[in-house]
Design a protein around this ligand. Structure first.
Ligand code: LLP
Length: 461
């Protein structure tokens, strides 16, 4: 098409990692859920043709591949044999998915009363729920304790006192983990790194705050210290961060045993395992992660002369991220002139930063494919954008799409399961899209699309 960047001439306009595909219609399997494939010229997920699927539910829609989710959950459970695997519900949670988590033998991490409500409604055993948060109110703590939540991860001295009061009032002994920060600079976006010193989470090990918090917990008869908790950040690929954190956390664990006479039975290493959003990312298999992390902990415990505590992890993104894709309809296509004479093809779709905030918030890269047909047109370098009133409303910053991409086409973005729906908003009064679970040729809406009535219901007029 005239005006579009000609094939093979993308130097300077495309990022260094993006290669022009030999077949622009083909999927890159590593980015998609396990049942996704192109067949009869269209994208299929869970045995269903995506155009048929969205003919019923409309777009934008999140498509959740149940088999893929369950097999990733099982892969973590089996690889981290002997650990407790807490699925981090903040990545995405709904009642049906919480049931799958329990059915696959995983525990559940929640970080708000809302997530707790979903878990309880799904029938998750409260004893297998961990409750996070840096500012839990007395009311929230009371609800969690009364529900019988197995462990509450305390994050501040105020909270320790608050929780001790609540446990006392309810006459229970509450299981507690102490969230510590190991001073690790995780190699990820600043906003999703959590174990460096200058941020809001946890108690610093190096300043002595963590040791003091542990002493404080041990001073309350209503609190049962299960162990330390460390989460170094999110979308992390290399285990060196866990290695440094593990060493520092275990040193504290050993110090608590010698100086305070308390041998904590458990240790939680958090989540943060990275996934592939584009061909830049090369995540490790859960089995490899498990082997490396277990080796780190075992070696460190041997060096310290202490028994290996019962370990747990909290993966969210690595389980649900690749299990979902988002399907949009193209509304407009526009050529925009760039410096140097090239043009970029802007493809506007019917969603955007209200259903996936990650590109705007973290400059996150995604990929996409034409889902509703094949095309023999040469690829063009496209930018898929949303329909919100900001120029940063980007869905996929750089991707090759067929040069004849046009209004009415469906575009699907893989790996949107983690923090897509869970961080979705009503910006510009957008209606948050549905989540449609697919399996063996059957689709089930597990979260329905919002309606204007939903929006107007909270606006008292
Ligand atoms: N455990 C704790 C204590 C956490 O804070 C988190 C994530 C996880 C586990 C799960 O991390 P995951 O395995 O999903 O990486 N909104 C950001 C991510 C924020 C993560 C917050 N905590 C994003 O979209 O990348």
């Amino acid at each position: 098409m005239s005006g579009r960047v000609p094939p093979g001439d993308f130097a300077g306009t495309s990022p260094h990692w993006l290669r022009e595909p030999t077949d622009v219609n083909a999927l890159v399997p590593a980015l998609w859920s396990s049942t996704a494939r192109k067949a009869d010229g269209v994208l299929h997920v869970g045995g269903l043709a995506v155009p048929d699927l969205v003919a019923d539910v409309n777009t934008p829609a999140y498509v959740l591949d149940e088999d893929d989710f369950r097999s990733r959950a099982r892969a973590f459970r089996d690889a981290f044999d002997g650990y407790d695997v807490y699925y981090a519900g903040k990545a995405f949670l709904c009642t049906e998915l919480a049931r799958w988590v329990a059915q696959e033998g995983l525990s559940l991490d929640v970080c708000s009363n809302g997530e707790l409500s979903v878990a309880l409604r799904a029938g998750v055993d409260p004893a297998r729920i961990g409750y996070h948060g840096n500012n839990k109110t007395a009311m929230e703590l009371r609800r969690a304790v009364a529900a019988g939540v197995g462990r509450i991860i305390v994050d501040s001295s105020d909270e320790i006192e608050r929780l001790a009061d609540v446990a006392g009032q309810l006459g229970v002994v509450q299981g507690v983990m102490v969230r510590v920060t190991a001073g690790v600079e995780a190699h990820t976006h600043e906003f999703i790194a959590t174990a460096h010193e200058d941020q809001k989470f946890g108690f610093s090990i190096s300043s002595g705050a963590a040791f003091e918090a542990v002493s404080r917990v041990l001073g309350h008869a209503g609190l049962d210290l299960r162990g330390l908790h460390s989460h170094i950040g999110s979308q992390i690929f290399d285990t060196s961060g866990w290695e440094v954190a593990g060493r520092r956390v275990l040193a504290l664990h050993a110090r608590v045993a010698t100086e305070l006479g308390h041998v904590s039975p458990e240790l939680d290493l958090g989540g943060g395992f990275g996934i592939a959003y584009t061909t830049q990312d090369d995540p490790a298999d859960p089995a490899v992660l498990a082997e490396q992390i277990t080796k780190i902990v075992t070696a460190e415990c041997a060096a310290l002369g202490i028994a290996v505590p019962h370990l747990s992890i909290e993966p969210g993104r690595a389980i649900v991220g690749p299990s979902m894709c988002t399907v949009y309809t193209v509304g407009t296509v526009k050529e925009v002139a760039l410096d140097g004479g090239a043009t970029r093809t802007y493809v506007s779709v019917d969603g955007g930063m209200s259903d996936n905030l990650r590109p705007a918030l973290y400059d996150a890269d995604y990929s996409c494919t034409l889902a509703s047909r094949t095309s023999s047109a040469a690829p063009v370098l496209a930018r898929v954008v949303g329909k919100h009133c900001e120029s940063g409303d980007i869905v996929v910053k750089d991707e090759f799409l067929p040069g004849d991409v046009a209004p009415g086409d469906l575009v699907a973005v893989p790996a949107t399961g983690a923090y897509g729906r869970s961080m979705a908003s009503n910006y510009n009064h957008a209606l948050r899209p549905p989540v449609v679970a697919v399996k063996d040729g059957v689709a089930r809406v597990v979260v329905r699309r919002e309606t204007e009535e939903d929006l107007l219901a909270t606006d008292l007029g």
